[in-house]
Design a protein around this ligand. Structure first.
Ligand SMILES: [Fe+2]
Length: 197
């Protein structure tokens, strides 16, 4: 029997910082509260009734070992263009919110922000501006298979190059040649592998 496929709709996080989370997601993704009470909140940034939700319950606590526990690594939101991504990078920087790490994946250019409880939110733009083309890239590109995680970049330097008029594909190629590496390779919320002896 054919599978009737449901669409991905929302992410719900457990939290002890309800208002901080509401404020942060309000700034970062333009989330607006659909309903809130002291124990719950539902927010959306589009036509859906909610996209991000929060549940508060007694006994919840921070996970000090989050980076080495199973579970969600990040949620992701996509802009229509690289220019929108860069414009939003600057808006958030002016609000004092900067990416924890930034990666050029080939299919997307992505900025990863840590929310007040260390959940990452990826803000991305599709490198092709077309889901069919970026899907084909993932399925068929040898460069993707060779490095599916992609290349770290310094978002401030990339932002400035974009502002100076460097065309996206020129910039993307330079990032992939590691010409925009950050001064220090950031941690990306995963256990660090033991060095090979
Ligand atoms: Fe992602």
């Amino acid at each position: 029997m054919a599978i009737i496929k449901p669409k991905l709709h929302h992410v719900t996080l457990k939290t002890t910082r309800l208002q901080e989370m509401i404020d942060w997601y309000g700034i970062v993704i333009g989330g607006e509260v659909t309903y809130v009470d002291p124990r719950n909140a539902w927010m959306t940034n589009d036509d859906a009734n909610h996209r991000i939700a929060f549940l508060v319950a007694p006994g919840l606590r921070d996970d000090e070992a989050k980076t080495c526990h199973n579970g969600m690594h990040h949620s992701a939101f996509e802009y229509d263009s690289f220019d929108d991504l860069m414009t939003s990078y600057k808006r958030l920087k002016d609000e004092g919110i900067e990416p924890a790490f930034s990666l050029e994946h080939g299919l997307t250019t992505s900025l990863y922000y840590g929310d007040p409880e260390g959940n990452f939110v990826e803000l991305q733009s599709d490198a092709f501006g077309d889901w069919a083309l970026s899907t084909r890239f993932m399925r068929t590109s040898a460069s993707f298979a060779a490095n599916p995680i992609g290349y770290f970049f310094d978002p401030e330097r990339v932002y400035r190059a974009h502002l100076a008029g460097t065309e996206f594909f020129i910039l993307q190629a330079a990032i992939r040649r590691e010409e925009y590496l950050p001064a220090k390779i950031p941690e990306m919320g995963l256990p660090i592998p033991e060095p090979v002896a």
